[in-house]
Structure formats: C-alpha cells, structure tokens
Design a protein around this ligand. Structure first.
Ligand code: ATP
Length: 362
C-alpha cells in the first residue's frame, strides 16, 4: 500500500519569520492523485521536496506505506519525480533517457526494453525513441520526463509544476493526459502547482497551502463550494471571489440593496461585522425596467471580453464604502465604462466568513 503520510512535518530556513512548511499534516490514500496548490512561496515545493528526500525534515515525520522515510536518502524511497525543467540528458536518446535509471539499477536489458516500449506507447512516444531532446518539441520532452518516471514503476510519483514550460493550449491537453494516465496506472501521485484550475481539474483531492500552513484538504468540489476560510475562497475559483466586509445588523447584513441573511448559528458573540463572499458568476443582471427587485448598484469601470465570457470590473457602494466588484457574464457584453448596472444574487450563493478569524461560518 503506497499511502503517503506527512505527520507534523516542518522545515525552517534561516531568515524566514515562519517555517517554510509548518507542522504539515496530510494523509494521501493509495492510488490517490493529490495536488498541493497555493500562491508562490507558500511552501508547496518544499513539502514535495521533503517527501522526495531533497530537503531535510526539521521535525515531524513522513511515511510511505508502512516505512518511515523521514531520513532516508531519495534513492531508497521508491519514488520518481518529474521536474519543471524535465532534467533530460541532452546527449541521450528518448529511449536511453527513459531507461537510464533502470540501467543504473542493473535491470536486465530485456526488462528495460519492455518497460520503455510500454511507457512510450502509453505516452505516444513510440516514433521518437531514437531522437535526442534537442530535436523534440516541448510537449514531447515533457512526455519523456513522464516516461522516465513511469518506467521505474515507483510507489509514488512526485511532480513539481511539470506543465509550466508548455504553452497554454498544450498545457490543457497535457493535464488531461496526465490525469487519465495516472488513473490507469493507479500510482499514488503528489502534484504541485500554483494554478488552481490545474489543481481542480486534475486532483482527486486538493491541499491548499498559505505561508507554510495547510489551509484545507478536500475534493475539488468541496474546496470550491465550501472553502474553509476567506483565503481559500479567494484563491480557488477564477476570477477570485468578491469579498465584502459588512456591518452586522439585527436582520443580517446589507450589500447595497441586497439583504444578506446571517443565521443565528453563524453569528459570533460580540461580532459587529461579517465577511461576505460572492463568486463573480453568481451575480445576475436585472433589466433596466426592473426597479422592484432589491439590487446592488454597480458602475462599470472596464470590461474584459474573452468571447465566450466577459468580466465586468465595476464599483459598488456597499455601506459607506465604494468597493471593487468583478462580475462574470456569459456571452459578449453590451456594457461599457461608466454604465450603471443593477445586479442581484440568490441567497444560496452567499458565502459567510468570520470578520475576525476569516473562517467559514456554516
Ligand atoms: P513557487 O510556486 O514560487 O515555487 P512554493 O510554494 O513552491 O513557491 P517554496 O519553493 O516551497 O514555495 O518556498 C517556500 C518558502 O521557503 C519561500 O519563502 C522560499 O523563499 C523559501 N525557501 C525555499 N527554499 C529555500 C532555501 N533553500 N533557503 C532559504 N529559503 C528557502
């Protein structure tokens, strides 16, 4: 069983005011595709490198299956890592690059040939086996790097931003291929990315990190629909969730003309404010004739038109303050700078967070 367990694993670097990875607790199931995601500097690569044995663990432990690997050298961990820059040997062919680790491990030639041929088949590299990296495209090199990991038949695959050198279109294609290949092989995989779309589309579960601290672990649906705190709410989803700090009244809170119900269970003792999250796609535009329906009034600042969807950047008046709001609209926009819009939100789409702790309020 290739489960992976981080048990309060901590890594400190000199000069940082907090550990790069801080008492990190995570259990990854056998065969699971786990994505570590978070903004630059949150510690996700360090966590992966600790699992790989490329970074020391200052305190806590890491286990793979029933083995404590905390202080084992990388070669004894039975893992294979795919790096961002692929790290291919330039003078070797695809076949030699893929089979190199097996050769070092003194595997039989026939066994190496079989494994390389099988992996090349699965990755669509059959016709490139005799080519050297310089005569391969970026996408093909990426697949050779994957192939090199696969042929080793490790207990765990580790991948550190393996798609970041590909162009946007190839990245989308390749993420689907990697995810389906992983499911076919059933090998436990830990994948690092700063791209939340990649995380949500590829992972069985997603672990969101910030400042070295794990914020939430859950399925893509869970972290999207029920973010543990305002940071996760803002980080997962694109464009980011709109966050409003609103005074609490006896009835709830007011977002412009919209009433935000705040259930008794969500009211904290002595709280005078609440953080309200609304995703950009949850706004609905009211027709200009509809002056009856309670609404939030917006003034358009700019419109980003991508063809299929448009992002309206606007200013709203929430309480005394003018606050920026992003609204995502399907289709081509008909709005321009300076125009006034009336929008509404269905109450189920409100996300409530504590204004004090920023934790989700049920
Ligand atoms: P990115 O997406 O930019 O790669 P990350 O989330 O993977 O970021 P890490 O590379 O894990 O972040 O770095 C976490 C923190 O630890 C950062 O503040 C980084 O500057 C620091 N750090 C990483 N490696 C070292 C090191 N060898 N020495 C000192 N500080 C380091």
């Amino acid at each position: 069983m290739a489960t992976v367990i981080f048990d309060k694993a901590t890594r400190r670097f000199p000069g940082m005011d907090h550990p790069a990875v801080d008492a990190f607790d995570l259990e990854i199931a056998d065969g699971e595709f786990m994505v570590l995601v978070g903004p630059s500097g949150c510690g996700k690569s360090t966590a992966l490198r600790m699992l790989a044995g490329l970074e020391d663990v200052d305190s806590g432990a890491i286990r793979i299956g029933d083995r404590d690997v905390t202080h084992l050298p990388p070669k004894d961990r039975d893992i294979a890592m795919v790096f961002q820059n692929y790290a291919l040997y330039p003078h070797m062919t695809t076949a030699d690059n893929m089979g190199f680790a097996l050769k070092i491990a003194k595997k039989h030639k026939d066994d190496i040939h079989r494994r390389v041929t099988e992996a090349a088949g699965a990755l669509g590299l059959g016709e490139y086996l005799d080519r050297k990296p310089r005569s391969l495209s970026g996408g093909q090199r990426q697949r050779v790097a994957m192939g090199r990991a696969i042929v080793r038949e490790p207990q765990v695959f580790l991948m550190d931003e393996p798609l970041s050198n590909l162009d946007a279109k190839l990245r989308v294609q390749t993420r689907t291929q990697i995810a389906s290949l992983q499911r076919r092989l059933g090998t436990t995989t830990v994948y690092v990315t700063h791209d939340q779309v990649e995380a949500l589309t590829m992972g069985d579960r997603v672990a969101v990190m910030k400042d070295g601290v794990l914020q939430q672990v859950g399925t893509p649906k869970e972290v999207f629909q029920r973010p543990a705190n305002a940071f996760v709410g803002g980080f997962i989803g694109s464009p980011a969730m709109n966050l409003f700090r609103l005074p609490l009244t006896t009835d709830g809170a007011e977002l412009g003309g919209l009433t935000v119900p705040v259930p008794r269970t969500a009211r904290e003792a002595d709280a005078t404010e609440i953080l309200l999250g609304v995703r950009p796609e949850q706004f609905e535009i009211l027709s200009s004739e509809d002056l009856e329906t309670p609404a939030l009034d917006l003034v358009v600042d700019a419109v980003e038109d991508t063809g299929a969807v448009a992002y309206v950047h606007a200013t709203a008046k929430a309480g005394q303050e003018a606050v920026p709001v992003v609204v995502r609209l399907p289709g081509r926009p008909v709005h321009g700078k300076g125009e006034q819009l009336r929008v509404t939100v269905c109450p189920e789409a409100f996300h409530l967070f504590s204004a004090r702790t920023e934790l989700w309020l049920p």
